[in-house]
Design a protein around this ligand. Sequence first.
Ligand SMILES: Cc1cc2nc3c(=O)[nH]c(=O)nc-3n(C[C@H](O)[C@H](O)[C@H](O)COP(=O)(O)OP(=O)(O)OC[C@H]3O[C@@H](n4cnc5c(N)ncnc54)[C@H](O)[C@@H]3O)c2cc1C
Length: 415
Amino acid sequence: MSHTSEPTAAEHGTLPVVVVGAGPVGLTAALALRSHGLPVTVLEAEPEDRVRPGSRALFVHRESLDLLGRISPGLDRTLIDNGVIWPTRRTVYRSRTVFARSYPAQPARPGVTPPFTSLRQIETERHLLAACRAAGVEFLWGAELLDLRSHPDGAELTCADGTELSARYVIGADGARSQVRRSQDITMEGERSEAFHVVVDIEEDQADPLPLERVFIYEHPELGHRSVMRVPFAGGFQLDLQCKDGDRPEDWADEEAARSWVAKVVGAKYADRLLWVSRYHFLHVVAENFTDANRRVLLVGEASHLFPPFGARGMNSGIADSVAAAEAVAQALADPGRHLAAIDAFADSRKAAARFNSEAARTALAHLRPRRRITRLRQAAGAALSPLVGSCGEWLERAPYGPRTGAPTNRAGRY
Ligand SMILES: Cc1cc2nc3c(=O)[nH]c(=O)nc-3n(C[C@H](O)[C@H](O)[C@H](O)COP(=O)(O)OP(=O)(O)OC[C@H]3O[C@@H](n4cnc5c(N)ncnc54)[C@H](O)[C@@H]3O)c2cc1C
């Protein structure tokens, strides 16, 4: 285990708060806690020099940028400057464009946040980590949490290498297989489907790049009428292919297979520019509780919810979870008499937000993977009518991402 700053966590006695997991959500929690003036220790199972996979969460919403700028002034600008903002959204039905809208480029103005920025998750994490270091967050790398016991006054943590820590609060940001969640016997409620989609990162050809646009193609004619989306990021783009029920992974998700379908979507020259190929199953699950019985453990990010990536709800809602969790912990530490109220308010509001996101993801999936013939027919009719009725093209454009508004919110934002 390597310690990046002194004095070490072990020398602190009972720590006010420990964050488990140094993914984007745990790093955000650490920064948010520092913005409240709290010392923070992050336990991360992997080593400091780890290499994280792929683009994953590209799309950072305006709300997330605002939250990050609030807890770490300037971080929002860093992400904006290192990402891309595509000026065009386009939707194609089979071979015909049914919706296209371009926005004039907005000059960067201080105090004005663009609607989003797009960069690979590894890049976002790199900037978050740098901000954490600058803010004085203590990291324990190679520290895999094995056991966590909560009690009315705090929690005891045990790592695989024998390190033991005591904390008054623990924020569990340790991802989908969260040991924090398991240690508290908190179950996940929801569904996992055997159906999958394939995500490929591709390096752009800077000498002759594709137009900077986000394109969703319904029923691509050369892919057996599977739908595919192209999302630019700084230096490249991600293709996301919706496979059909019964598709075999080896036909679509192997690198060789991916080369073949990528060439059909964006041209042969891109077949040799693959950076990362991955396969994902559809999940929408939410933890039954976002805190433990003693209100000493708070779950955030994928430790508490998993959604399909359409709508970019995963990391964005995790950022909002973390800011809300840090606020609750800061309130509870400042005024122990408000301990239960502060932690319960966090747990209730973030669970409600996760449920909203889960439902929104379900709505998006019903559109993306229509089970009923009538849904497919409606999409075909919408495409046919789109030249005459603008709202049809607009519907086809928006529906794959699910509803955006109406989420129960708290001050941490919509997601
Ligand atoms: C293909 C794809 C596309 C996506 N696109 C988007 C998008 O556009 N926008 C969006 O918002 N989201 C998107 N997401 C979701 C996003 O990637 C996740 O929501 C995000 O990575 C979750 O972050 P996290 O910090 O909660 O978990 P993770 O990133 O999984 O981090 C958890 C951390 O905890 C550590 N850890 C685990 N167990 C332990 C332990 N026992 N002890 C100590 N440390 C531990 C892990 O090593 C890891 O560092 C996408 C996901 C996928 C798969």
